[in-house]
Ligand binder design. Structure first.
Ligand SMILES: [Ca+2]
Ligand SMILES: [Ca+2]
Ligand SMILES: [Ca+2]
Length: 203
């Protein structure tokens, strides 16, 4: 009898071990169910600024035979064709040309060093919020001064432009008459405007 029990002991011990192990791994068949959130996708947004529907607008203004008291006006349509809100700011580049020195220029004290036209022509640049072609109401003034000083640091305006939104920027040029207008005879200037749309507001 003692001998038979001794022979069964390893088997009983094995059952005990399996039982304890089963409790430890939780292998009993309780109910279970799962629900899923599949194909989570992450895509970058875009900022895509267009002026009059293009990336590089050439010669929006070509004005010849300017005279004191003369003016010209035009408008840009700016669109954020991207998918996230941007903030609009402005950069400018002016280059003056003398184009020869006439007697009236010399008599006015012009030394031919550089052209003077940009000192006489004022630019009024503004966001025309109410689209009436005039600076009024809640319109946002971007610049109002002689063109010659437009390259000096300008305050950041950070005009908000939402995804898919457009706004109108009006540029109005006016030759403010002075006693020195003769200095600008035959002179010319080129003006480049860069519209900058950025995700963050500029300092
Ligand atoms: Ca000249
Ligand atoms: Ca207006
Ligand atoms: Ca001149």
């Amino acid at each position: 009898m003692k001998k038979r029990f001794g022979a069964l002991a390893p088997a009983i011990l094995l059952l005990l071990v399996v039982g304890v192990a089963s409790i430890g791994t939780g292998a009993y068949a309780y109910f279970i169910d799962r629900a899923n959130s599949n194909n989570n996708t992450f895509t970058a947004a875009s900022l895509d600024l267009k002026v009059n529907g293009t990336e590089n607008l050439d010669q929006a203004f070509t004005v010849s035979n300017m005279v004191p008291g003369g003016s010209t006006i035009g408008a840009y349509n700016l669109t954020n064709a991207g998918t996230t809100t941007g903030y609009l700011n402005f950069e400018f580049e002016v280059v003056d040309y003398e184009n020869g020195l006439l007697a009236p220029e010399i008599e006015a004290g012009d030394d031919g060093t550089t052209g003077e036209l940009s000192q006489f022509v004022y630019l009024s640049l503004y966001v025309d919020e109410n689209h009436d072609g005039e600076f009024n109401g809640n319109d946002i003034q971007i610049y109002y001064d002689p063109v010659s000083i437009i390259q000096s640091p300008q305050p950041s305006l950070n005009v908000e432009l939402g995804a898919g939104q457009s706004l109108e920027v009006v540029a109005s040029f006016y030759w403010q008459p002075t006693d020195n207008d003769n200095k600008a005879m035959t002179d010319s200037f080129t003006l480049g405007i860069t519209f900058v749309l950025s995700q963050l507001q500029q300092a």
